[in-house]
Design a protein around this ligand. Structure first.
Ligand code: ASP
Ligand code: MG
Length: 406
């Protein structure tokens, strides 16, 4: 008898019919001879509308109260899912994050799990129940309700799978798994059968948001193997696990695309210690997340520094930097949006050369100009014009032989 953790995301429990669909799938898993713990998200759109409601009564709601509010989304779903399972004739019991033993730090709205004591989960399982746990929430050691950051139900599922030593952890979502590229952009994109944690993290941080990054980091740390698959069909999904030797044979596992980027260039930055520090600490204190950074060769004692960020953060960055630019004696701030990032990702890059050359050649063949380049051990990324992103994704996908017929 296997112990299985299944997580169903917001769209999978988006309405009563879908909750009944989940209930039937869970019962089928139990009837196949397994013990099942189910983690559910809030019904799709619920967390967003709760946030909107909060903003309607207060411009700046206390984070403690946000957590009390947002945790109700998942609490609704656990009760409904348990009711649906009971109505179909099987035994289920719902548990809040706190009841499931999820202890977190005190950082409201993005708490980290510090401990997990699954006593009540085990008791409920021993009583012959299917156990339904609220994702995304926990409590501090003082009993305050906390939430784990957007997308945090993934983390709940992975953490529970680690704590109860589950044989299998399945993340059910509205896509069939992780693809070699977004199939809406690249029609020949294929589902990836197996991917390692580091590749999954790079894909997620470069735009392929199938799962919350923190939950993948947690899975890596505790060696939780999990499968990402669809709740709307029976297709096998993508297995995410430690890297194996033969994974290195594939040079590029996938391509990830991130639109809505912007580029800022600070010109004529005096070339002396402390100027870059000033620019980026200023940005850091406002909480703006910076992606690529490029500094030019300096001529006549000054240099240009460019960086990219999410387009929505551009006005904030521009405002934040005005003072810093005057202070360090730089000339001006040039901002540009309408750019996108394309990244090729694969652990095989560590042992194969020529990945960057092949990427640049594919783009040049399509007449696409590269504006910025960055690399890591398992990723090569370029910034290009946003209007060219679909074409770029297709030619690069083809160049690395990732397509369906490959
Ligand atoms: N309901 C939360 C959110 O929308 C958590 C989750 O769905 O994983 O972010
Ligand atoms: Mg979600």
């Amino acid at each position: 008898m296997a112990l299985i953790v299944q997580k169903y995301g917001g769209t999978s429990v988006g309405n009563p019919e879908r909750i009944l669909n989940v209930a039937r799938r869970v019962i089928a898993t139990r009837d196949a001879g397994n013990r099942v713990v189910v983690v559910v998200s809030a019904m799709s759109g619920v967390t967003d509308s709760l946030i909107k409601l909060a903003k309607e009564v207060s411009p700046n709601p206390a984070e403690r109260e946000m957590d009390v509010l947002l945790s109700t989304g998942e609490q609704t779903t656990i009760a409904l899912t348990a009711m649906a399972i009971n109505a179909l004739g099987a035994k289920a019991v719902s548990l809040t994050g706190a009841q499931a033993g999820i202890i977190t730090d005190e950082v409201h709205t993005k708490a980290r799990i510090s401990d997990l004591s699954p006593g009540q989960i085990h008791t409920a399982l021993e009583g012959g129940n299917i156990v339904i746990v609220a994702g995304f929430q926990g409590e501090t050691s003082d009993g305050e309700i906390t939430t784990l950051g957007r997308g945090g139900s993934d983390l709940t599922a992975i953490a529970i799978a680690a704590a109860i030593k589950a044989d299998l952890c399945q993340i059910f979502t509205d896509v069939d798994g992780v693809y070699t590229c977004d199939p809406r952009l690249v029609p020949t994109a294929r589902k990836i059968e197996e991917i390692c944690y580091d590749e999954m993290l790079e894909m997620a941080s470069s735009g392929s948001k199938v799962m919350q990054s923190r939950s993948v980091e947690f899975a890596k740390k505790f060696g939780v193997i999990f499968e990402v698959r669809s709740s709307f069909n029976q297709n096998p999904g993508t297995l995410v696990k430690e890297e194996t030797q033969n994974m290195e044979n594939v040079v590029v596992r996938g391509i990830s695309v991130e639109k809505n980027q912007a580029k800022v260039t600070v010109t004529n930055v005096p070339d002396r210690p402390g100027t870059a520090a000033k620019i980026f600490t200023t940005l850091a204190t406002t909480g703006i997340i910076i992606d690529m950074i490029v500094q030019n060769v300096s001529t006549a004692g000054t240099t240009d520094i460019s960086f990219t960020l999410n387009r929505d953060e551009l006005p904030k960055a521009q405002a934040a930097l005005q003072g810093a630019i005057r202070e360090i004696g730089a000339k001006e701030l040039l901002a540009m949006d309408g750019i996108a990032k394309l990244s090729v990702v694969g652990i095989g890059m560590r042992s194969h050369s020529g990945v960057a050359a092949k990427l640049f050649e594919a783009l040049s063949g399509a007449g696409i100009n590269i504006q910025m380049i960055s690399t890591s051990e398992i990723k090569t990324a370029v910034i290009i014009d946003e209007t060219k992103i679909a074409e770029a994704a297709n030619v690069v996908h083809e160049a690395f032989g990732l397509g369906a017929g490959a």
